[in-house]
Design a protein. Sequence first.
Length: 149
Amino acid sequence: MIDGAGDVRVENVPDPVIEQPTDAVVRVLRACICGSDLWPYRSRAATEHGDRIGHEFLGVVEETGSEVRGLNRGDVVVAPFVWSDNTCDFCSEGLQTSCRHGGMWARNGGQGEAVRVPQAQGTPVRLPVSEDSACSTARSSRVACSTAP
């Protein structure tokens, strides 16, 4: 949680849940720190209640909404900077950051134990690896993802 500039805390928060039939819940294995995470770290005004931060995470699908196809419990996925439906005119042109039905990870930051993923059929990318692969258990960002033993 970020409560203000330079004030990042580890706190207990409610577990994410499916809110829409297009959602998924993903258990986070690894999370990246992006330059856009540093902006609030350097300049965010103090708040009474902090916000979850982070995006660009690697995780395992724990649950999917009734309208999500192509993702299953146990799939290893990576999520990009924003969430998007991957069906609108902007997404079809490769401009997921401008998705008409997408958004930022403002409420459901990826630097936690689990995250609610809106538009789950369009957002996370399923990886051809298992949860115990080098991709998800690496201790260093220098280790490349591999499906080879």
